[in-house]
Ligand binder design. Structure first.
Ligand SMILES: [Zn+2]
Ligand SMILES: [Zn+2]
Ligand SMILES: [Zn+2]
Length: 284
């Protein structure tokens, strides 16, 4: 699988446009990998994780057209991960030609919230109705947790995220052609059921990507800090969940708790993990 990070920031981008903290000012002067857009990733050229608010500029800046995207799996409905205006902006209604029909997968709660937001902010019609989905070149599907589901050439397993209670937030294992990775943002420390499910499903990973919002200085619920990320990667290793040569990455890098990219890379390398950045493309 080819994986492209389209965005790697926390909820409010990095630098946060309105902020003059040390990290934001340094990111402005350094540019490059220290400039982060809101989180989303592209797998091969046909699977998107999160229909995020910055996927349009990401596609432009990183030269990654989304013209072949057929599938989107949505982590949760927070606005830094889901911009419902894309349902209409990518449709024939706004002149889009030859885009494949989008198969959009999420939890029941996330689909409901997406429909409410669409109704409130975009158009006075039910996003979940077959008639509107026909016009939008869209099909929505509910994805059950803990249940490996074939989607195109992938097998995708959703797990409940420790995030946004009541909104059906999910983290995902994605498998294709004998390799598998885990995409874990936004989430706090994993539920024990997630570890148990890895064992029950006999999962091993070639790459694990985890939430690093609280970085080096903050702590709290529903996201992770560096210490928790380090502990999670250690547990992946101890439980034999990593294939030889597996790579471990942090993403969802918030400006208020994480230094600029080169400094964060040097911190993380000390603990044996890597820091994702916008435009990073890798093969697993
Ligand atoms: Zn987020
Ligand atoms: Zn800042
Ligand atoms: Zn969130």
């Amino acid at each position: 699988m080819k994986i492209t990070f389209l965005g790697t920031s926390g909820a409010n981008a990095y630098p946060e446009a309105f902020c003059d903290c040390h990290n934001c000012e340094q990111a402005r002067s350094l540019g490059g990998s220290s400039l982060r857009k809101r989180s989303s990733i592209l797998v091969n050229d046909d699977l998107l994780i999160d229909l995020g608010p910055d996927i349009m500029p990401a596609a432009q800046i990183h030269g990654v057209p989304l013209t072949n995207v057929q599938y989107c799996i949505q982590t949760h409905p927070h606005a830094d991960h889901l911009d419902v205006s894309h349902f209409i902006s990518r449709s024939p209604i706004l002149g889009v030609k030859n885009a494949p029909r989008l198969q959009f997968f999420a939890s029941e709660e996330t689909l409901q919230r997406a429909a409410e937001t669409f109704l409130r902010d975009i158009w006075d019609q039910d996003l979940l109705s077959p008639e509107l989905q026909e016009s939008l070149n869209l099909s929505t599907h509910t994805l059950q947790a803990y249940s490996p589901t074939p989607i195109g050439s992938y097998t995708i397993t959703a797990f409940p995220a420790n995030h946004a209670p009541g909104l059906g937030a999910r983290v995902y294992a994605i498998e294709s052609n004998g390799s598998r990775f885990f995409y874990g943002t936004d989430t706090g420390v994993f539920f024990e059921e997630t570890w148990q499910s890895f064992r029950d499903l006999n999962m091993k990973f070639d790459m694990v990507v985890l939430d690093h919002s609280f970085g080096l200085t903050n702590s709290g619920t529903f996201h992770m800090n560096a210490k928790e990320v380090i502990e999670h990667f250690a547990r992946f290793k101890q439980e034999g969940l990593l294939n030889p040569g597996a790579r471990t990455f942090a993403t969802h890098i918030a400006h208020d708790a994480n230094p600029v990219h080169p400094e964060l890379v040097s911190f993380a390398s000390h603990y044996g993990y890597e820091i994702a950045y916008d435009g990073l493309t890798l093969e697993i």
